[in-house]
Design a protein around this ligand. Sequence first.
Ligand SMILES: [Zn+2]
Length: 161
Amino acid sequence: MFDSGLYVFLLRLKTATDLGVGALGEHFFPAGWYLYTGSAKKNLHKRVERHWSLKPARRWHFDYLSTALDSEPVGAVVVPGGAGLTECELNRQVGRLVGNQVPVPGFGASDCRAGCPAHLYFSAAPVSLLSLARLHEQAGVLMPGADFWEPDLHQLQDADR
Ligand SMILES: [Zn+2]
């Protein structure tokens, strides 16, 4: 798998909960699916894996959500660096895909210079990794305990018809 690039992490929160998110303070998180877009200049796989391993140290906003009691990691879609897509462009594509619901303004967007409302979106309706993988033709899929997978999206789309 490529070492640098972008990722969209998909997490399911099974029960609505109030969570403190560092400097952003306490926020209400409805039950549903959360989509967090980030990037890594190196060790992309490790960065993604961090989000499904339980870690006491909370460094990024997303760590507060991924360590919530009733959260469950689904997996991540990854796009190689240099694929002609910026983190913020991918983030906005994800937002459009799920209806642009921003649960916490500024979440994950501390380093954002493109004016994204947040790098976290919410969907009350189920979201699948494959629907996210269709956002980019070079996308691959990472899931806990599974090998890196590069789905043949053209084949999958043909199967839909
Ligand atoms: Zn951004």
